[in-house]
Design a protein around this ligand. Structure first.
Ligand code: GLN
Length: 236
């Protein structure tokens, strides 16, 4: 593993940070540092240029207006597209996930997305609010997703992406599948922040970003208790 700093960029906390999204950055940094990996975290506001050479980019959730503005600015900046072309990892949540696709709806209008994932979002019949659980794509080797969702959009996947999970509780993309991934890009409707309930997902992102085949386990009993509590809460 490289001894260089792991560079984590949090994209536009001034626009997309409605659901405790800072927590995902803090969790990733803490879990890397616990394995002796030095970390640099960089918060990039929407009036700043996006640095291109980072290892991992985070995009959080947000309301419709800030989401549309973020998509416009990220398309104009182009830095995230260049970073993805260079192999950087992207973890995107809810509004951030929707805007990675080809288009999304916000405030009743359709907006172009970043066209980084083969998916598009429209509006659902009702807002999806509540627990979101699912069985994650076995190729990712993760335990079930445990999360919370709050979104009006529905997301439709094209053949160029795989669903992150099959829904067991909640709505996710469309009531059947949840989230999407391709290569080093992964999006989910789970927030709150997502990685507090899914430490194995945090470690997957860290392995992608560092190239480490293995990360020593950490004490995740706190997260396990939370996962069990939420699982019991959704059982009929
Ligand atoms: N504005 C989007 C929607 O409602 C995303 C919401 C969110 O990030 N929670 O679908």
């Amino acid at each position: 593993m490289s001894t260089e700093d792991l560079r984590i960029v949090w994209i536009y906390p001034d626009l997309l940070s409605t659901y405790g999204d800072r927590g995902n950055m803090l969790i990733l940094a803490a879990r890397a540092q616990a394995r002796g990996i030095p970390v640099e975290t960089i918060e990039v506001r929407s009036d700043q240029r996006l640095p291109e050479g980072a290892d991992l980019y985070l995009i959080g959730g947000g309301e419709d207006g800030p989401q549309a503005l973020a998509a416009q600015r990220l398309n104009a900046d182009g830095g995230l597209h260049r970073a993805v072309a260079q192999g950087s990892v992207v973890f995107a949540v809810c509004a951030g996930y929707q805007l990675l696709g080809t288009s999304f709806f916000a405030k009743g209008a359709q907006f172009p997305g970043l066209n980084l994932l083969d998916l598009h979002s429209d509006r659902g019949p009702s807002r999806a609010v509540g627990e979101l659980h699912g069985v994650i794509d076995p190729r990712l080797g993760l335990p079930p997703l445990s999360g919370f969702e709050n979104h009006g959009g529905r997301t439709h996947l094209g053949p160029g992406v795989s669903p992150l999970a099959q829904v067991t509780t909640g709505i996710g993309n469309d009531g059947t599948s949840e989230g999407a991934w391709r290569g080093n890009l992964l999006g989910t409707y789970s927030h709150g922040p997502a990685l507090s309930r899914n430490p194995a997902l945090a470690d997957l992102l860290l392995r992608w970003a560092t190239g480490a085949g293995y990360l020593p386990p950490l004490d995740d009993s706190w997260a396990e208790r939370l996962r069990q509590e939420r699982q019991l809460a959704v059982q009929p």
